[in-house]
Design a protein around this ligand. Structure first.
Ligand SMILES: [Zn+2]
Length: 385
């Protein structure tokens, strides 16, 4: 009998050590599978703040489902609408007004979903021609007009007026794009490091100046869900589980609040986002509204949020954030992806290290720097002086 009781208590200890108690408000079957696989690799999010943002909608097949799931969880998100959708399908205007009435922020993603500044692929080729100044103004004007029309002018009355450039181009250029702008005589830069040049770009960017003229602030992102690479239709279960886990892992690993980029046009988010919220909350994530997120100091200092008053000043004080934004845009030096050689930022573990020690060059944000570089001196506590 005693032996039985000992066995029983050992069994229940093992069970409680490995069971992950988390209530799922929907998609329980697939959610349990995520929980089971997380049990072996528990992560803790320690109160990390996350704001969910959705681009490119509305889309009739998925946006209403996402709204419904967010409502069940009382989570407030922002929706960056591509107003061309409203021109093509006027009936989808109802989704936008419902979104706003549910307490979410309606924001502009422009009308045509065109790049407002130079946009190159990873091989340095032009993907599309950037909008001219008059096209930029026309695009924003059209977007504002459609959003006001479908919301009975409630869009303009929102306390926070946000714009997000398609592909981030206009506020979040890659290092290569800045170089090409200079080569083509579009802009000149005094600074040598990427971050200095990025600051100058944000001071001079005609696209950002145009936004300021319309009273917009710009919200970029510092967490990419990775859904751009996924199909519009619902992928198989294994893909969904992997996507949920990768997002949770990266959100929890980050050391500062995250503005998370999703697309409400992708069906995967009708299942994955509710699971990311439910499981994320169990792990300690705090989902906050746009209004709360923009008050976070690192969101402004890192240039993720550029408020209208500062649009012409180029506020990028936080070098690490700026560089992590650059990494999101795909300019990662392949030489920096070898975990053996990483000093400050590890692609491998997806985390920043506070101490940069060692006698090699330092890899920061996906590119190499010498130990003498100002960025390294400022951000890495080097042991040599
Ligand atoms: Zn977009």
């Amino acid at each position: 009998m005693v032996r039985f009781l000992i066995l029983l208590s050992i069994f229940s200890f093992i069970q409680s050590a490995f069971s992950f108690d988390c209530s799922l408000k929907s998609h329980e079957g697939i959610g349990q599978k995520v929980l089971t696989s997380l049990e072996k690799n528990t992560i803790s999010c320690k109160g990390q703040k996350v704001h969910l943002s959705f681009d490119d909608g509305p889309f009739q097949n998925s946006t209403p489902q996402i709204l419904n799931e967010l409502k069940m969880r009382n989570v407030m998100a922002s929706f960056f609408v591509t107003s061309k959708n409203l021109e093509l399908k006027p009936e989808s205007g109802k989704i936008v007004s419902e979104t706003l009435n549910s307490g979410h922020l309606i924001s502009s993603h422009g009308h045509e979903h065109r790049a407002h500044d130079i946009r190159l692929d990873s091989a340095g080729r032009d993907v599309e021609a950037p909008l001219t100044q008059s096209q930029r103004e026309e695009d924003i004007k059209k977007s504002v007009s459609y959003l006001n029309n479908v919301t009975n002018n409630e869009f303009n009355k929102q306390s926070l007026k946000l714009f997000r450039f398609p592909y981030g181009r206009g506020a979040m250029p890659s290092e290569n794009e800045l170089r090409v702008m200079e080569e083509r005589g579009m802009m000149t830069f005094q600074g040598h490091s990427f971050i200095e040049r990025l600051k100058e770009y944000r001071r001079k960017s005609p696209a950002l100046h145009t936004l300021s003229g319309f009273g917009f602030s710009h919200l970029g992102w510092n967490h990419d869900s990775g859904d751009s690479a996924l199909p519009y239709s619902l992928p198989d279960e294994d893909k969904i589980i992997e996507y949920v886990k990768t997002n949770l892992f990266n959100l929890c690993k980050a050391s500062t609040p995250r503005v998370a980029l999703f697309h409400d046009t992708k069906m995967i988010n009708t299942v994955a986002v509710p699971l990311i919220v439910d499981i994320g909350q169990c792990l300690g994530l705090k989902f906050v509204s746009a209004q709360d997120m923009v008050k976070e100091p690192t969101i402004s200092s890192g240039g993720v949020f550029i408020q209208k008053e500062d649009l012409a000043k180029g506020v990028v004080e936080n070098v690490l954030e700026g560089l992590s934004g650059a990494e999101d845009s795909g300019v990662v030096n392949p030489a920096c992806t070898n975990p053996e050689t990483l000093q400050c930022w590890s692609e491998y573990t997806k985390r920043w290290y506070n101490d940069c020690e060692g006698d090699r060059s330092i890899c920061l944000g996906g590119r190499w720097y010498s130990r003498q570089d100002e960025i390294i001196k400022k951000n890495c506590q080097l042991n040599d002086s």
